[in-house]
Write a protein that binds this ligand. Structure first.
Ligand code: FES
Length: 164
């Protein structure tokens, strides 16, 4: 190969290197974009899964009351079960016209409670724990603590239950 031929070959080599770099750069950029898309596709649901309880806890912390629409029409001697702060709760309208709201989670092992008026007791179906439906006080069986009692406001068209 003569010197002239070598000089002509040099630009060809540079051209090939330039093309090679461009192809490599494109492949690298494509890999970054695809990798980022995969990471986002996998990471976002995980982030939402892990962050959702935090969002919920923040929302609950701000919301210490619940409005039960049309619950003011609950007949005397009836009970309404509703969810309050992610737990079942009881709204009891006694025969004497008084209202009581209690958590419906047994303080023994967490079984869900129900109440049939005019029974003198709320009885846990799991181990027979007994509570006073007017106060939530634990009066028999294994429950170590009373039920949480909520404030009740009866308004036109709704009942507002508030945790003190
Ligand atoms: S869970 Fe209610 S008495 Fe045991």
């Amino acid at each position: 190969m003569t010197v002239d031929e070598q000089q002509e070959a040099v630009p060809e080599i540079k051209k090939n290197e330039h093309e090679s770099f461009t192809r490599r750069g494109f492949v690298t950029a494509a890999a970054v974009v695809v990798g980022g898309a995969y990471a986002a596709a996998i990471g976002y649901p995980i982030y939402k899964y892990l962050h959702a309880p935090v969002d919920q806890a923040i929302a609950e912390a701000k919301n210490n009351s619940i409005e039960l629409k049309d619950a003011d029409k609950l007949p005397m001697g009836s009970t309404l079960t509703f969810m309050f702060k992610q737990h079942p709760a009881l709204l009891i309208h006694f025969d004497d016209g008084t209202w009581v709201a209690l958590t419906a989670v047994c303080t023994h092992l967490g079984c869900t409670l129900s109440y049939q008026s005019p029974s003198p007791l709320i009885i846990c179906p799991c181990h027979g724990g007994q509570y006073d439906p007017h106060t939530g006080k634990n009066v028999g069986g294994p429950p170590p603590l009373p039920l949480t009692k909520y404030d009740v406001q009866v308004l036109a068209g709704k009942v507002v239950v508030t945790q003190a």
